[in-house]
Design a protein around this ligand. Structure first.
Ligand code: HEC
Length: 177
């Protein structure tokens, strides 16, 4: 093999390992193995996620969207209006997660514990399933059962995590928290 070919091969490996290292870093940050702030217990025993005000507002706005969508799914199913069910559920499906502004997604995803992300994603995926089933099956009993099962996950997550600032003076007054 010529020297030049050797050098080229060497560079190829450097590039490949560089890409692999970057991908691994991305995976570790994504799953919260690194880059995550410590989970601090709150005074009510739940795990406190230490977020900035912007991040907290984003999460809570998402939450109010989930509540509104759940109510629309419920009323749509009761009225037998499965188009309304599908529209409302899809609006808070995984597309909603992918639409998260990049400047929030980067730091926020790195801070959230893996259990939180799994539960959160499963709720958004569950909304996509509700939408799809409403369109394809058109069975409102099925929709209601799906919503009920999905909402057990809202309950489970709320029992485990909080984003409320701690009661220390700095936390209550700092507008970045
Ligand atoms: C992955 C975890 C998780 C899941 C799943 C989840 N939530 Fe939440 N939600 C939270 C956290 C954390 C808060 C903040 C509560 C706190 O700090 O005490 C919250 C807050 C809320 C709030 C209050 C919003 C506000 O403005 O204060 C609503 C409403 C809400 N969630 C609705 C829902 C509904 C409905 C579902 C299911 C369809 C759901 N959530 C699923 C974690 C979750």
């Amino acid at each position: 093999m010529s020297n030049q070919l050797h050098r080229l091969k060497g560079r190829g490996w450097q590039l490949t390992s560089g890409v692999l290292a970057a991908a691994l870093l991305g995976v570790l940050v994504f799953f919260g193995v690194i880059g995550r702030t410590t989970d601090v217990p709150s005074s009510d025993g739940r795990i406190r996620l230490v977020l900035t005000a912007t991040e907290r507002n984003y999460v809570l706005t998402e939450m109010r969207g989930l509540l509104a969508a759940s109510q629309t799914v419920l009323s749509g199913a009761l009225d037998g209006d499965l188009d309304r069910v599908a529209r409302a559920a899809r609006a808070v499906g995984m597309a909603d997660v992918r639409a998260m502004p990049i400047e929030i997604r980067g730091p926020l995803i790195g801070k959230l514990p893996i259990g939180f992300k799994q539960l959160g994603f499963s709720v958004h995926e569950g909304m996509d399933t509700i939408a799809l089933d409403a369109e394809t099956l058109g069975d409102r009993e099925h929709t209601l059962r799906q919503l009920s099962e999905l909402m057990a996950r809202c309950v489970a997550c709320h029992a485990a995590y909080t984003v409320l600032p701690s009661e220390t003076r700095e936390d209550l007054t700092a507008d970045v928290r």
